[in-house]
Structure formats: structure tokens, C-alpha cells
Design a protein. Structure first.
Lengths: 160, 723
């Protein structure tokens, strides 16, 4: 059954004629060509498919595309603003907080969501907030450092 | 033993790929434009290296006598290196250009690298065994050195200055007596087409002159990976392409009894392919293909299960092949007489999944009789051969292109998904993408094999190891050879390493294959011997080591950690372990906290020291150490495949737990300055010590000795109860 679903995608109004029950992940990756959100497990365990919906990190492999109707969706492709990387993206690069990179779009967006909710998290709050995003290469410790440093920068303080 | 050697132990099973490089050199070079092109005949190069360094021995076998590593300096002055190696997070996309820039005296940002494309890159065995830097690197450096010879010849002509008076810097050649007189590489190559072909051993720069190699560089692919611009095989789309989902059996030995594909065919846009051994549904959307697959009604006969994850060790021992003695010295019986304490133990290790975040994925297109396959693979040339055989195409009619690979760890040296995509593309006449589900990934993974190690050993009255009798079953010999000074010892291997036919499913290379099991057994056992001798475990090791490199890494790890001697169990929760992998020496010391009620183990900190010879990118090398420590906690504490017969019970991360943020300890990594030694492996070594260092720390905390990996809470509780 085809539905018409309107939402904002990476800042742009988007209108789709699509079966509303289809999973957001596959609609983004195929119909919309946004391959930043990755398939990792298909059951919401790993976080590779994370996108932001109204600034909150969401597992796009678990939700129907109809659930984002009238909402604002941001994928990793839409995080850069006016050619400027988000402080979290910059911090991941500066800390070399990545290896194979496959989980990184989800890690970055989950961190952005975390800092949106809690702009000054403690290290332990970052650990807990990131705990359901998996990384097999073992970049965890650098990702934690990167998020801490991005938090400081977004607060106007010096990057740690 | 000479532990400096990297024995070609793990490549015994690689088939002769001689049918896979039919491209003539002429064809190959035609594709490139003008400039300077340098080729290396890998077999001759390896032979020349092997005369000086034993670590290259054994690698000549099976290498093509065609050219291999090479580079090109284009007419724009840009340098391009071509390599059959691939980038899967381990960093050669950053470190190989560093090696090229260094040897060529070219600015790093003018150096590009093309990786893993079978049409563009010279043949390569595959990206595994921590070989990129230590085996491919020298060939690339040799090509760069040769290119510089050519540039100097051209410059001498162009500047009318004798070659001896010229020097290279920053992509230019200049007159040492008049540095204003200079000519850039781009100017020198303009309008030229010069081809050089080397097989021997050219003069390379002395490491003391290095300015680029040895300097930390951020990952080159960082920006692409934080913006989503980095493309993996599953991110590629072609016009008209279909996503395929394939019907899978519930167990590896199941046979299809009946199947009804009619309900799937009713879904609009779904195409069903059915042959004797492949049933697939295809659709322009992967999720619709998946829904269609669920509509297929299939019944399988599944034979009765004989083995499971509990009885597998007894089974494997009952069918174990006889021992091959790998190394021995002295007289074991004489050693037994010298011993005042003997220690005997059996160590077990389960099947472990690779579990890269990216599942096996490939996109295949066949046009005008030529297949192009974009695959997540560690082994593009191997994939080319597998695909060619499956399609009945000559190898030159198959091109494999490797985009970014989302983790491999040994699991992507097998390319079943690429073969499936290619077969389906041939059958449908359309481009086809196959992206395995997580369940398929667990089902078809080539697990680290379950393995058993039995050790009998003794210490004499002075705390010296008197004898050591070591039998390894199924883990293979990598890391089995001990490096302590033991007068009477024997090391025996049973079975064909990590690919024995006795296992209920496919097994294969898992990051530092075999060495995780062997080092777990050896270093746990050495700790038990230290305890029997009543000695501090670091002191006991130093008392039995004469290998200066190992002594240095162990002392460095101990200093970094702040080790103070105590007999275990000291209740502090401190453990130590040493290992050698891929030519690199590593020692780690860990502190753990054990919850005696739940059996949960928290690793609080790890100090790790490593001697890996010359380091190309120190930052990249540290990242690999951190990755090894983090990933290694998984096989140590939770990771183990559950199965019944040939059915894999773990299908996703709900039952298969990999390390996560709450596990991460404080890490102190130290890379010793050993720049005058050739570079050794970096992607694997530090993972080998993680099982033993945690087991030994658990023992130090609780007095409980864990002899089976993974050390799950239940096993820890059970071991504590026995204390």
C-alpha cells in the first residue's frame, strides 16, 4: 500500500510515495540514496543504522518510514552545515577515532544526540550513552575522547 | 628457535593462483598514461630479500614471476602506488603513501594509493598475516628507490649537472651546489613514458634519514568516514540492479526436502531464481526481497546432531590426527628428573566469530562477457579466481574492485557472497547485490576453530623451567613455539591448523590465527609454574628469558604499569602475559576486578609494550594496539559460538556479546624504538596476549585458575568455587 509521507530530510522538505510499513533504513539507503546509515544487525543491537529524528538518535532498522511523518530526519550526510563539519565529526577526525569506519556514522550521530540531551556529560555518562553502539575494530577509547573534546568545544571551552 | 622469523605457517593451504594473472605486462601498462612506471618482480624481489633475512623465506613459493608492486609518477608530478592490498581499518591507506613519499622524497600530499582493484593493481596474495608493511612495504620502497634513480638520470640531463651533484627533496631534484637550480618531478616526467622493471634489491634510504616514515599521521580516510562519503560494497548502486536474498538451510548438513516459491512470486516485482543448489529472490528493494524470502515455504531434513559446544572438545580429541613434532631440544625425561615441581594442564578454546560490523557484501555486473564485482573482501585476487571458476570465465574476464571494507579480521578472505552475486547477475542478466544478514554472517563465518592445548612442564629448585612438553590440537602452530630458555622441550601439533576437516563448520584465520589460543595456554601455564615455584610471575619470566627483545618489552610493560613483585594470588588482580606474533614482540600487564558473586570480570587497565621494528605510522600502530586490546577482551570473556550439530545457534548480538564501551579499560600503549630493525606486523600482535593476561589477573584476584576461553561469568564462578 502506497502512502504519501512528508518529512524534513537533512534540512530539505521531502515527500515520498512509498509503502509506509517499509523500514526507514532501506528507504533511506535505496529510495533516497543516503547510504550513511548502515546495516549491521537488523535488530537494533549495534547502532550502525542510527539516524537523528527530531535530534534524537534512532535505530532506522527498527522503525517504519511512516513514523517519521512530519518529523525532521538527519543522516550523517546532513550533519555538515554550510560546508562546515559538526564539532563531533571534527573531533572524531582529530582523535583518529575510527578504523574501518563502518560504525562511524552511527557513532557520530549517537554522540550528537547525546550531547544535545546532555551538553556537559561526564565520562561515565558518555560511556553509558554510547554503550549500545558497537565497534568491532576497537576504536572505543578514542571515540570517548573525541566526544569529550567535542562537548568542551561546543560549550565554548578549550578542546581537551 | 629463531622467533624473529615469520614462518609461512599459515599459508600452506593457499592454492596456486598461477591461473589468475594472465594479463600480459603490455596489456597492463597500456592502461596507464605517460610518466615513469616502475614494476617489481615479486618473486625475484623476495628471493633477494630472503638471502639477507630469514623472515622472507617461504614467501617465494606461489608468487607470480610477473611484475608485482609498482608505482607511477604521472606527468602532473603526482605519485600513485598500486597495491592489491585493501583498507579495512588497519591503516595502509595512510601508511603505504608514507613509505612511498619517504623513499621518493615526494611531499606526502602528492602521493595517492590505488588499492584492491584486480584490473589496476598487481597481483597480491591477500591482506592478512600482518604482511602489508613488512612484505609489500619493502617492494613499494624498492619501486620508489628505482623511480628516484630514473628521476636523477633525467634531472642530470635536464639540468646539465652530474648526477653525483644532485639531490632530491619535496618532489624536486636540485643541484646541491646551486639549490636554486631545480626541476620538479612533474617537469621531468612531462611527455615521457619510461618503464623500469626491477627484481633485485635496490639501495634504500637509511632509517636515520627518515622524515615521513615514523611520523604520526592521522587516517587519510577520516573525513570520508565521518561524513558518510566513504562507500562500502553495499553502498553502491547500479541502474536496474536487484537485491538478492538467498534461501539458507537451518544447518550445514541439512538437505532440502520440499520448497514452494509460489507465494514469493506473487509479490509484485519479485524475481525468483531456482537452480539445484541456489534459490534466491530478487527485487529492486532489499527489504521487499527479504519479505519475499520469508514467503517461501521450505522443508529441510536435518541429520541428528552429534556434537555441540559442550562435547566438542572430547569429540575433537577422539578424532585428532597424530602429533607432528614442530620443535624439540634436550631430553624431556632428563628434564622431568630435574623438576622439583611439575604442572600439567589442559586448555580449551571455543569457536569465535569474526563479526565485522559490515556483513559480507558484493555487487556484481556482467557486461559484454566481463564480470565486474565490487566486494567486501580481504582477498580481491582470490575472489577473482573464485568468481571466474564459478562463472566459467577466464580470470581476465573478471574484475574485482574493493571499496572500503567494514572490518575483516580474517573473515573476509573467503568470498562466497561475491560468487553468489556474480552467479545471480549471470542468471538474471542484471546487476545484483548480495548483502548477508547478520544471521547469514554467523552461519557462514569461518570461525576461529575450537582447540585444545595440553601442557606438561616442570621447574627446578632454582625457579628455572626444567622441561616443557606442549601439544596443540587444531589451533595450528602460529604462536605455539615458546621463547623461554628451557633446556628440555618439545612442541607438537595435531591437525591442519585452523582449517581442519574435523570441525562441524568452516573454520579459518581469525586475527592472529592460532596465536590467541597458543598464547593463552602458554602464558597461563607459565603463570601456574611461577605460582608452583613460589615466585612473582614477572620475576619468574625474567628468570627464564634470555631473548633480549622479550626481556625489554616485558620490563617496559612492567614499568609502564608500575608492577611491584608479589606472589600470585596477591588479591590485587594483576596479570602478565608475553607473546610473539608476526615478528612483533609484545608484553601486557592488566588489572582486573572480579565480582565473586556474579563472576563478572571488569578489566580496569592494561599496559602494553610492543617491539615491532621500524614503525611507519606510530599513531596508526597505537590504534591497532588499542583495537587489539579491546577486541581481545571479547574472545577472552564472552565470545563463543553455540551450536548443536551443524546448526549455529547464535544468529545475532542478542546471544553473541562483543566488547562495548563499558568494558574499555584505561590503556597505556608503548612502542619501543627499534627503527633499525625491519618493520614487523602491527594489526594482530597485541591481541594474542589478552586471554592469558586476563586469566592470570583473575587468578591473582581470586586464586581461581581459568583454563577455558571464554572466561564467562559462569565459568569464573565455577572456578572460584573450586578454590
Amino acid at each position: 500500500m502506497t502512502d504519501t509521507i512528508s518529512f524534513k530530510l537533512n534540512g530539505k522538505p521531502t515527500r515520498l510515495n512509498v509503502d509506509g510499513n517499509r523500514l526507514l533504513l532501506w528507504v533511506l539507503r535505496t529510495d533516497l540514496g543516503l547510504t550513511g546509515p548502515k546495516f549491521g544487525c537488523g535488530q537494533g543491537h549495534c547502532g550502525c543504522c542510527t539516524v537523528l529524528v527530531n535530534n534524537v538518535a534512532l535505530r532506522s532498522c527498527l522503525v517504519a518510514v511512516s513514523s517519521v511523518k512530519d518529523k525532521e530526519v538527519v543522516t550523517i550526510e546532513g550533519l555538515e552545515q554550510d560546508g562546515k563539519l559538526h564539532p563531533v565529526q571534527k573531533a572524531f577526525m582529530a582523535h583518529d577515532a575510527l578504523q574501518c569506519g563502518f560504525c562511524i556514522p552511527g557513532q557520530v550521530l549517537n554522540a550528537v544526540s547525546l550531547l544535545h540531551k546532555n551538553p556537559q556529560p561526564t565520562r561515565e555518562q558518555i560511556v553509558q550513552g554510547m554503550n549500545n553502539n558497537f565497534c568491532r575494530c576497537g576504536a572505543h577509547t578514542r571515540i570517548l575522547d573525541a566526544i569529550q573534546s567535542a562537548a568542551a568545544e561546543m560549550q565554548g571551552g578549550p578542546a581537551q | 628457535m629463531n622467533t624473529n622469523d615469520y614462518l609461512a605457517l599459515n599459508f600452506k593451504d593457499i592454492k596456486d593462483y598461477s591461473d589468475l594473472y594472465p594479463q600480459s605486462r603490455r596489456d597492463f601498462l597500456k592502461r596507464l598514461g605517460g610518466g615513469i612506471i616502475v614494476c617489481v618482480v615479486m618473486s625475484e624481489f623476495v628471493a633477494a630479500q630472503a638471502q639477507e633475512s630469514r623472515r622472507f623465506r617461504g614467501f617465494g613459493r606461489g608468487l607470480p614471476s610477473d611484475f608485482n608492486a609498482f608505482l607511477r609518477i604521472g606527468e602532473d608530478g603526482r605519485v600513485t602506488g598500486y597495491t592489491g592490498k585493501i583498507e579495512m581499518g588497519q591503516g595502509p591507506i595512510t601508511s603505504l603513501p608514507q613509505m612511498l613519499a619517504e623513499e621518493l622524497d615526494a611531499p606526502l600530499d602528492t602521493v595517492d594509493i590505488v588499492m584492491g582493484d584486480t584490473d589496476l593493481c598487481p597481483w597480491d596474495m591477500g591482506t592478512f598475516g600482518s604482511m602489508t608493511t613488512r612484505m609489500f612495504g619493502p617492494a613499494l620502497q624498492a619501486a620508489a628507490a628505482e623511480a628516484k634513480v630514473v628521476l636523477l638520470e633525467l634531472a642530470a640531463e635536464s639540468l646539465k649537472v652530474p648526477q653525483a651533484q644532485l639531490a632530491a627533496k619535496d618532489g624536486s631534484i636540485f643541484d646541491k651546489e646551486n639549490p636554486e637550480r631545480r626541476v620538479s618531478y612533474g617537469q621531468l616526467t612531462q611527455g615521457k613514458k619510461i618503464e623500469r622493471h626491477i627484481g633485485g634489491k635496490p639501495a634504500l634510504k637509511d632509517p636515520s634519514q627518515f622524515t615521513v616514515v615514523g611520523k604520526p599521521e592521522l587516517h587519510r580516510d577520516g573525513r570520508a568516514k565521518v561524513t558518510g562519503a566513504a562507500h562500502y560494497a553495499g553502498d553502491l548502486r547500479l541502474p536496474g540492479m536487484l537485491y538478492a536474498k538467498i534461501l539458507r538451510p537451518p544447518a550445514h548438513d541439512a538437505t532440502l526436502k520440499s520448497v514452494d516459491t509460489a507465494p514469493a512470486k506473487k509479490i509484485p516485482g519479485v524475481q525468483v531464481v531456482q537452480t539445484d543448489n541456489l534459490i534466491a529472490v530478487l527485487h529492486e528493494f532489499p527489504d521487499v526481497a527479504e519479505d519475499a524470502l520469508a514467503q517461501i515455504k521450505a522443508e529441510f531434513d536435518v541429520p541428528e546432531a552429534k556434537v555441540d559446544d559442550k562435547n566438542i572438545f572430547d569429540y575433537l580429541l577422539s578424532v585428532a590426527p597424530p602429533a607432528d613434532v614442530l620443535t624439540s631440544d634436550g631430553d624431556l625425561e632428563a628434564g622431568r628428573k630435574l623438576a622439583v615441581k611439575t604442572v600439567e594442564a589442559t586448555y580449551l578454546d571455543g569457536y569465535v566469530a569474526h563479526s565485522a560490523m559490515e556483513t559480507h557484501t558484493a555487487l556484481a555486473q556482467i557486461e559484454d562477457g566481463k564480470a565486474t564485482v565490487w566486494a567486501s573482501t580481504q582477498n580481491p585476487f582470490g575472489a577473482q579466481g573464485e568468481i571466474a571458476r564459478a562463472l566459467g570465465f577466464p580470470a581476465e574476464k573478471v574484475r574485482v574492485i574493493t571499496p572500503f571494507v567494514g572490518g575483516g579480521f580474517g573473515g573476509k578472505t573467503y568470498n562466497q557472497q561475491a560468487v553468489e552475486a556474480a552467479q545471480l547477475a549471470k542468471m538474471t542478466g542484471k546487476p545484483v547485490q548480495v548483502m548477508w544478514s547478520r544471521e547469514e554472517e554467523f552461519f557462514y563465518d569461518t570461525f576461529q576453530p575450537a582447540a585444545i592445548v595440553k601442557i606438561s612442564s616442570g621447574v627446578d629448585a632454582s625457579g628455572k623451567m626444567a622441561f616443557w612438553d606442549y601439544d596443540v590440537y587444531y589451533a595450528g602452530d602460529r604462536g605455539s613455539q615458546q621463547f623461554y630458555t628451557i633446556p628440555n622441550h618439545r612442541t607438537s601439533g595435531h591437525g591442519r591448523g585452523w582449517q581442519g576437516p574435523e570441525h562441524p563448520f568452516r573454520t579459518g584465520a581469525w586475527r592472529a590465527p592460532g596465536n590467541n589460543t597458543n598464547t593463552f595456554a602458554r602464558e597461563s601455564h607459565v603463570d601456574q609454574m611461577a605460582a608452583a615455584a613460589g615466585m612473582d610471575p614477572v620475576e619468574f619470566r625474567l628468570n627464564n628469558l634470555s631473548d633480549a627483545r622479550m626481556v625489554r618489552v616485558l620490563k617496559t610493560a612492567a614499568e609502564t604499569f608500575g608492577w611491584t613483585p608479589a606472589k600470585a594470588p596477591s588479591k590485587r588482580g594483576y596479570g602478565v602475559a608475553c607473546g610473539i606474533d608476526a615478528g612483533t614482540y609484545v608484553a601486557a600487564i592488566a588489572e582486573v576486578a572480579v565480582d565473586a558473586h556474579t563472576g563478572a570480570v571488569q578489566v580496569k587497565r592494561v599496559a602494553c609494550a610492543q617491539n615491532m621494528g621500524l614503525v611507519v605510522n606510530p599513531e596508526g600502530a597505537k590504534i591497532q594496539m588499542e583495537g587489539c586490546i579491546t577486541m581481545g577482551m571479547g574472545y577472552a570473556l564472552t565470545e563463543e559460538i553455540h551450536f548443536k550439530g551443524r546448526k549455529v545457534l547464535d544468529t545475532n548480538y542478542d546471544t553473541y556479546e562483543i566488547p562495548r564501551y563499558t568494558w574499555v579499560p584505561k590503556m597505556d600503549t608503548v612502542i619501543l624504538d627499534a627503527r633499525n630493525h625491519p618493520p614487523q606486523g602491527g594489526g594482530e600482535p597485541a591481541i594474542v596476549v589478552m586471554g592469558a593476561v586476563i586469566a592470570n589477573a583473575i587468578h591473582d584476584a581470586t586464586g581461581a585458575r581459568l583454563c577455558q576461553l571464554p572466561m564467562t561469568p559462569d565459568r569464573v564462578k565455577a572456578a572460584i568455587r573450586k578454590v
